[in-house]
Write a protein that binds this ligand. Structure first.
Ligand code: SF4
Length: 356
């Protein structure tokens, strides 16, 4: 029996599960969903990784080790973009040669591009009868599901501050995430989108002015709650209006189309792209200033070069516009309390500015 797993990244693992569930041969293959990132995953990853590698490498390899220890014998690595595009080759070597795990590794990326033909050949071990038409059909549904997930979770993020009882919107979010595991048609996606949007709109009764905080930075820290000490969730629960641009559908479907626009937005500070999402961090901070946000929190994992490049530019923007930006780097030794104290101090300062 093949037992297939994949590294965790936030709630997106549900979309991957949904896709695999529709393509595997269920008589000979089953799916082991990766657990959410936690301290144990990070420790496993840290022990297996080179010291200076960026932190998402550690999370993803830790997640794979945990699945291998729990019986997985096929691992799919989905990463791409920046150094992420080369993680898979190094991780495969570490897992097989250094840690002696015996398993099949399916890497869907070659360099920084999806190798579609190669990927189809490799993924056939999960179902030898899989045709290219079936994969294309299911992939199309998966992309629509990804767009739906991002649309509705972004809508929740943008509007939670206008809800009187945050638990009500949390309940809806939980229902949506459960649905993501089981949705099986475009028709269902459309119906769910309308249903959930209407449910959320019904809750938007609080019209008080809220402090507005943007969150920019590296993609993994932005999209995986544990790796940013649940920053986003914490700000939502405290009732602030928050904005985060980076989502998986933006990275997969829209990023390449937006490159010129993003560079143009950042043109007073940047002439060339600075890698990964560093250019976006600059452009989106300027956009947030224009939109009247009160402050920005820039987050990145240890070792993230593109965001290190963005930081001096953001500091200059902060001086030029007299605009508060807080910087935080997450590494394996982070203390949740230390981080929360920094965030609270930053918010106190934003509130004092607002009162003035
Ligand atoms: S964006 Fe940063 S953390 Fe992500 S792969 Fe690139 S260097 Fe590593």
């Amino acid at each position: 029996m093949r037992i297939v797993s994949y590294p965790n990244i936030g709630e997106y693992e549900r979309v991957v599960y949904n896709f695999l569930d529709r393509i595997i041969d269920k008589d000979n293959c089953k799916i082991l969903r990766p657990i959410k990132n936690n301290k144990k995953i990070l420790e496993l990853g840290e022990h297996a990784s080179p010291d200076n590698v960026c932190t998402p490498f550690k999370y993803t390899i830790g997640s794979m080790i945990n699945s291998l220890e729990n019986g997985a014998n096929v691992i799919i690595q989905l990463g791409g973009g920046c150094r992420f595009g080369y993680y898979a080759q190094v991780q495969e070597k570490i897992l097989k040669d250094d840690l002696n795990y015996d398993f099949t590794f399916i890497n869907l990326y070659h360099g920084n591009k999806i190798d579609f033909v190669g990927a189809l050949k490799r993924i056939k071990i999960l179902n030898p009868n899989l045709s290219i038409n079936k994969v294309l059909k299911e992939l199309y549904l998966t992309l629509e599901l990804l767009k739906f997930t991002d649309y509705i979770t972004t809508y929740i993020r943008d509007n939670s501050c206008y809800v009187d009882d945050i638990n009500e919107i949390k309940k809806i979010e939980k229902e949506i995430l459960e649905d993501v595991l089981n949705i099986s048609s475009i028709k269902e996606i459309k119906a769910k989108k309308e249903e959930y949007k209407a449910k959320i709109d019904n809750l938007l009764t609080n019209k008080e002015k809220k402090l507005k905080i943007g969150i920019v930075g590296e993609l993994y820290s932005l999209m995986d709650p544990f790796s940013s000490c649940y920053l986003e969730n914490d700000l939502i629960e405290k009732g602030y209006k928050i904005k985060r641009y980076t989502t998986a559908s933006y990275l997969l479907l829209d990023k390449h189309k937006s490159e010129k626009k993003v560079l143009k937005q950042a043109q007073n500070y940047l002439r060339y792209k600075i890698g990964a999402d560093g250019t976006e961090s600059v452009a989106h901070t300027l956009e947030l200033i224009n939109e009247g946000y009160d402050g920005v929190i820039h987050i990145k994992p240890f070792g993230c070069t593109p965001e290190i490049n963005a930081m001096p530019i953001l500091k200059k923007i902060s001086e030029d516009y007299s605009f508060p930006i807080m910087f935080y780097t997450f590494d394996t030794l982070n203390s949740d309390t230390g981080f929360q104290t920094r965030v609270e101090a930053f918010i106190d300062m934003l509130e004092m500015r607002e009162k003035k």
